[in-house]
Design a protein. Structure first.
Lengths: 357, 325, 598
């Protein structure tokens, strides 16, 4: 760890369209104080996102993907959380912004769809009321306008009989309908940025596909930028333009969907791909999950956080040590790995790809 | 809802039957003779027999129980006169009709109980809310330690203390007393102020802690985060989303606490010499006054059961999931 | 009666069953101060005097109370509600105090000086004229005595008052007059008029005569010396023949005294207001100063003591008929000058006894050993020390006429018990190490006592087994003739200031039966013969002297039970209440002289 701290502070180079990126996250650190010590949930993260684009963030649970997005919205607990770095939304600085400012942006310019639509909706109020709330608040709409807009939104996300269902309580909705309601809630103010945190994880496959289609359609209609968080590369392939792979609070690989899925460079990404079942794959062939457990964020492994689980540590040459030197993620397409580009390409083609079938 | 009510009522009847049987037979488990107590200094076997007959205790105990239970439903005739249903008979100690005595005492206990509940819910929930809102601050810690101190107090200790201080030494308030609300609302309020403040002490601390922890838990709920993500203000989120959810465990505990609230009211009545069901119950037990003991027990039990049904209905009010499923 | 609120109510109820509570009777002690210096003088039995008064002394009105004025309301704090308002059902002291304000009788007690009382005519013109060797007693009614409905009280009402006590529903009042008239025990006496007067029958003229509306004549089977005492009991308060509602009368009686019931909520409150039909010129004892009495029930001894000690707000206008200072506050009441001046105190008629089961312990030396070993002081302390109790030397309460301060077992000199002597006697008896079952009521005062007593008995060489009995059933248990206990305590009080309602009840052989007061099962024909002899003495003072002698003789020669302590009481009143004194005939504050100060 000692040797890498300096490197970690090297500002990550900005992508193309430097000034124009709609959402720009630079050097984001999110640390929680707990009784056991400081949890480094996000540890120096940078990425950009353009309007109308979708960024998929992939990683295991605890990789820092959800925390990143909560801190964009400013939903972390300010008493116990330390956030540094910068988050620019349409040029506006969000880290350290006043709570009032954030309140006026949340649900309005930026909105979020949460993972579990059952717990994420309050059981005590009707679906309609919960969807309409941000519209009333941000748009100053009357009760009637709000209701009309709510019904319109429910209609748009494909809730049949929206006029009646608007007065239902969440527990009267099915899981898929609830997620649609969540989407309606997030989109009611036409947000420029939509963060979807595993929006389909809790749903069965057919519903999953419907929701994903819905999101795509709505993006086309509203032109929002979407951050799509998932641990499922299969889902990402469907919706995202770019992919950011996170591990242990850091980004380990970045690239377009095509690049990352066709020619992944980081051994962790290989692992993610291998652990994913394929349609048409041999059912008798065992999946190969990544062995070991995700790193502790209290005391992450020194060097490359992935090295305890990596099968290619011994291949690294050039005096670099995976357990001592932390690899840096290059700007643009690339991976934070000490393997050379040739090694990466060779290992993937020779050892990993055949297993993916 | 109707099915709910029918089911609960049937359950209540069964519980009351059990309570009545247990009370009745426990009363006779100790060898005692209420007739002996009612018989004067120059008691003779003949006058004892007369008293036993008047009291209706000259028959085998199960038969007495049967007559007693039938009397509640259908009424009975005693030497003192006709006793229409619901007939709990006449007091062994002073020949008062039990049912009328209970109805006469009931308003005192209800005023004390509900007033005390209002005080401790108001203070407890309020303090819990402030503590949760200011979680981790000096205020929160001060509230927590204060509620710890309060919860170690006892009515029979704090009651006389408050009385000595407020009434006897500083003479700020008059002797606590019960004035019917219908007769003089101001007098009712002033007369019960001290008892209310005393009966609440054993509960307020609990409700402060419960309200605080329940709110803190609710504040970590996903739906609360969702509401914040919608841009709703912290205040709005706190009251509309977190607080409402935090009421569920409080209502649950309140239902459970009703019994002890009655118990607390009894001690409070005794402490301040208020003529409620509590003092009536204690006196009746002392006087070996079976009809009165039975009457008060069943009445209090009915009331507690009824109140529990109301509490359960309150769930439905707070939580639509209960209402509609 | 103990003074520990919750338990004492139970104890009182239990004691009532055993007959420990009495209403009339009287006392010699009293006065505000009872510190050791003057209490000795007050113990002098000779000081008590009761005179059967003539017509002149029986005339109204009662003397004015110094400084008294009319008006105002006195607040009365009472622990227990009144169970009975029908005078025929009244025996206990709470209702007795009330009855002095409401119910007039043929005779009544009147205080004429320190320790000096007269039995005066109340409804009657005098305390009674006896003839035929004391077998016939004649009373003439005053004119102008009325019930609250304005109807004149006649001799027919008096006869009705007596006759209704034969009815089956009358179960709780005294039965002396009925027994004397019929010459039978209480159970058999009722058979003379099984339905009472309600089926149109009356007692024969050989028992009661009413030759005119003013005259009533009692014909007793035996000579009776103490008729004026008996008729002064609240239980013989007058009941209207025309307005008698039988059982219902207990809730709504007709008043004949200076106050009548305006409202009564059992267990909560009672309001008494002036009875305009009462004529003070006919009443030698009662005054009518306050406009009203406002009685609150359910006020424990602790609570009333604290309220009255504070003298705050409305408590200034408060006092109590029968609530006493609770044992825990006694010290403060006796030392705090401000509180002390608002206190009155005196003797009650009760005496506590340690009974020795004579059926089980037949060896006199063993009984003597037990008597010597008993630490009487520990029970005095348990009752609050000298404010609540006094060491007893013999069976006779200081409230009784003829009381002597004899002390055959040296209890006054050795209040902690004489263990050496006890040891000696036990060894002489050859029963050293014998098992002794000691039953006691599980109230705190008796528990404390039992520990100290068992300790002494062990030292003396007994193998003591303590047996704790719950308060409500205690008297039922020890009242069984065939009980399994060797020693156990009880309390007993006289009905009037003569030992004639003490010695026979406790020690007469024919009394032995389940539930009777002869708990020791003492049965000595020689002593019984003495009792019969003394009963026939028609001079009350002479009889009193003989009762004391006999009581001492029984104690010394037979040792059936050991007297332990005489009960005393302290009561308080608010600073705005005047005319307060401790009446030794009621053994409580006398309600009829109270007034509200300006």
């Amino acid at each position: 760890m000692t040797t890498v701290t300096k490197e970690a502070h090297v500002p990550a180079p900005r992508g193309e369209g430097d000034a124009g990126a709609f959402l720009s996250v630079r050097d984001l650190y999110v640390h929680f104080d707990t009784e056991d010590g400081t949890v480094k949930a996000v540890d120096g993260l940078s990425f950009d996102l353009e309007r109308g684009q979708t960024l998929g963030i992939v990683g295991e649970s605890g990789s820092g993907k959800s925390v990143t997005n909560l801190s964009i919205l400013g939903l972390h607990n300010p008493r116990t959380t330390e956030v540094s770095g910068e988050i620019l939304l349409d040029g506006q600085e969000l880290t350290g912004a006043r709570e009032k400012t954030l309140e006026s942006l949340r649900g309005n310019k930026m909105a979020m769809i949460f993972q579990d639509p059952l717990t994420a909706l309050s059981p005590y109020y009707t679906v309609g009321r919960q969807i309409g709330e941000p519209y009333r608040k941000h748009r100053g709409a009357s009760k009637r306008e709000t209701r009309e807009r709510t019904i319109e939104m429910l209609d748009k996300v494909g809730i049949p009989n929206a006029k009646q269902r608007v007065d239902d309580y969440p527990h009267q909705f099915s899981g898929g309908m609830r997620q649609r309601a969540m989407i309606a809630m997030a989109l009611i103010c036409d947000p420029d940025l939509l963060i979807a945190d595993e929006p389909t994880t809790a749903l069965d496959v057919t519903v999953q596909a419907q929701i994903l289609d819905l999101l795509k359609d709505l993006q086309q209609e509203f032109g929002s930028a979407i951050v799509f968080i998932t641990h499922d590369l299969g889902v990402i392939a469907n919706v995202a333009d770019d992919i950011l792979v996170m591990y242990g609070g850091r980004a380990v690989e970045r690239g377009s969907v095509r690049e990352v899925l066709r020619a992944p460079q980081h051994p962790y990404t290989w692992g993610l791909l291998s652990s994913m079942p394929r349609l048409g794959g041999d059912v008798n062939e065992a999946l190969s999950p990544i062995h070991g457990t995700p790193p502790s964020l209290l005391s992450p492994p020194p060097g490359c956080a992935f090295h305890p689980r990596c099968g290619f540590v011994d291949e690294v040459a050039g005096g670099l040590s995976c357990s001592a030197d932390r690899p840096v993620l290059p700007a643009g397409r690339g991976a934070a790995c000490h393997l050379t580009a040739e090694q990466q390409s060779t290992f993937f083609i020779e050892q990993i790809k055949p297993r993916l079938g | 809802m109707l099915r709910f009510l029918i089911r609960r009522s049937l359950g209540a009847v069964v519980i009351l039957l059990i309570i009545s049987a247990v009370t009745f037979f426990l009363f006779y488990a100790v060898p005692r003779d209420p007739a002996m107590l009612a018989c004067g200094k120059n008691c003779t076997p003949d006058s004892l027999a007369v008293i036993r007959k008047n009291m209706g205790i000259d028959e085998p105990i199960p038969v007495q129980y049967w007559h007693f239970m039938v009397g509640i439903v259908a009424g009975r005739t005693f030497a003192q006169g006709d006793c229409p249903a619901p007939c709990f008979g006449y007091s062994f100690a002073n020949q008062d009709p039990v049912w009328e005595t209970i109805l006469d005492r009931f308003p005192t206990t209800v005023s004390l109980t509900l007033g005390g509940a209002a005080v401790f819910l108001f203070i407890g929930l309020g303090a819990g809310m402030i503590a949760a809102w200011k979680k981790g601050t000096i205020i929160d810690k001060a509230f927590s330690s204060f509620s710890l101190v309060l919860s170690s107090m006892q009515i029979y200790f704090i009651g006389p203390l408050v009385l000595a201080l407020v009434v006897y030494n500083m003479e700020l308030l008059d002797q606590p007393k019960y004035v019917p609300l219908t007769q003089d609302p101001g007098g009712w309020f002033m007369g019960l102020l001290i008892p209310w403040c005393v009966v609440q002490i054993i509960f307020t601390a609990n409700y402060t802690r419960l309200s605080r922890s329940s709110l803190i838990e609710q504040l970590q709920e996903d739906h609360v985060r969702t509401a914040r993500a919608k841009g709703m203000s912290s205040r709005y989120v706190f009251f509309r989303y977190a607080w409402r959810g935090s009421l569920i465990p409080i209502v649950t505990i309140f239902g459970v606490d009703l019994g002890s609230l009655f118990g607390g009211a009894m001690i409070t009545e005794w402490t301040f010499s208020l003529p409620g069901l509590g003092t009536l119950a204690v006196k009746s037990v002392q006087n070996t006054d079976l009809p009165m003991v039975m009457g008060v027990m069943l009445f209090a039990a009915t009331f507690i059961i009824l109140f529990n049904i109301i509490v359960d209905a309150a769930y439905a009010f707070i939580d639509p999931r209960v209402r509609l499923s | 009666m103990s003074r520990v609120s919750i338990r004492s109510a139970r104890a009182a109820a239990a004691a009532l069953a055993a007959g420990a509570l009495v209403l009339t009777g009287c006392s010699s002690g009293g006065g505000g101060d009872d510190d050791s210096k003057d209490s000795k003088a007050k113990k002098q039995g000779q000081d008590v005097s009761y005179t059967f008064a003539d017509a002149a002394a029986s005339k109204g009105p009662a003397p004015e109370v110094k400084g008294a004025r009319k008006g105002g309301t006195v607040k009365i704090l009472q622990r227990d509600s009144f169970a009975h308002l029908d005078p025929g059902q009244i025996y206990v002291s709470d209702e007795g105090a009330l009855s002095t304000l409401m119910h007039r009788r043929l005779t009544n007690y009147k205080k004429v000086g320190d320790n000096k009382y007269e039995v005066v005519g109340d409804l009657a013109t005098d305390s009674g004229q006896k003839s035929n060797d004391g077998k016939t007693w004649t009373y003439k009614l005053k004119s102008g005595v009325k019930f609250e409905d304005g109807s004149e009280i006649t001799s027919k009402d008096i006869r009705h008052t007596i006759e209704r006590k034969f009815a089956p529903f009358m179960t709780e009042g005294p039965t002396f007059i009925e027994e004397w008239l019929t010459g039978k025990g209480p159970a058999d006496a009722r058979k003379e008029l099984p339905d009472g007067p309600y089926e149109g029958k009356h007692l024969p003229k050989s028992m009661i005569e009413t030759p005119d509306d003013q005259t009533i004549i009692f014909h007793f089977k035996q000579p009776q010396a103490e008729v004026p005492y008996a008729l002064a009991m609240a239980g013989y308060g007058v009941v209207s023949e025309k307005k008698d509602t039988k059982q219902k009368y207990d809730k709504k009686p007709l008043s004949s005294g200076p106050y009548k019931v305006a409202s009564f909520k059992s267990g909560k409150s009672m309001k008494l207001v002036r009875n305009p039909e009462w004529d003070q010129n006919t009443d030698p004892q009662r005054n009518q100063y306050p406009d009203a009495f406002d009685i609150q029930f359910g006020v424990s001894f602790e609570d009333s003591t604290k309220r009255l000690m504070s003298d705050a707000g409305e408590n200034q206008y408060a006092t109590s008929f029968t609530n006493q200072v609770d044992a825990s506050s006694m010290q403060k009441v006796r030392t705090d000058a401000d509180v002390k001046k608002r206190s009155v105190s005196g003797y009650q008629s009760y005496v506590s006894y340690l009974n020795i089961n004579n059926d089980r312990i037949k060896n006199k030396k063993v009984r003597q050993a037990i008597a010597y070993a008993m630490p009487s002081q520990s029970i005095v302390s348990a009752f609050g020390g000298s404010g609540g109790a006094e060491l007893a030397g013999n069976y006779i309460s200081p409230t009784l006429v003829g009381k002597e301060n004899t002390d055959p077992f040296g209890k006054l000199k050795k209040p902690q018990g004489d263990v050496e002597k006890a040891k000696e006697l036990l060894e002489e008896s050859g029963k050293k190490g014998m098992k002794l079952t000691f039953a006691y009521q599980n109230a705190p005062e008796w528990q404390n006592f039992s520990v100290a007593a068992a300790d002494n008995l062990k030292k003396a060489g007994f193998n003591v087994q303590r047996k704790d009995i719950i308060a409500d059933t205690y008297y039922d248990q020890i009242g069984k003739v065939k009980n399994n206990y060797d020693i156990y305590h009880n309390s007993w009080g006289a009905d009037w200031p003569s030992a004639s309602t003490v010695v026979p009840n406790l020690f007469e052989g024919r009394q032995i039966q389940d539930g009777s007061a002869n708990y020791s099962h003492h049965n000595n024909p020689e002593m019984d013969k003495e009792m019969t002899r003394i009963r026939a003495i028609t001079d009350p003072d002479k009889a009193a002297e003989e009762w004391q002698k006999l009581a001492d003789k029984i104690l010394k020669e037979d040792v059936p039970a050991l007297p332990m302590h005489y009960y005393k009481a302290i009561q308080l009143h608010g600073s705005k209440v005047g005319g307060v004194y401790f009446d030794e005939t009621l053994h409580d504050i006398q309600p009829t002289s109270l007034f509200v100060k300006k």
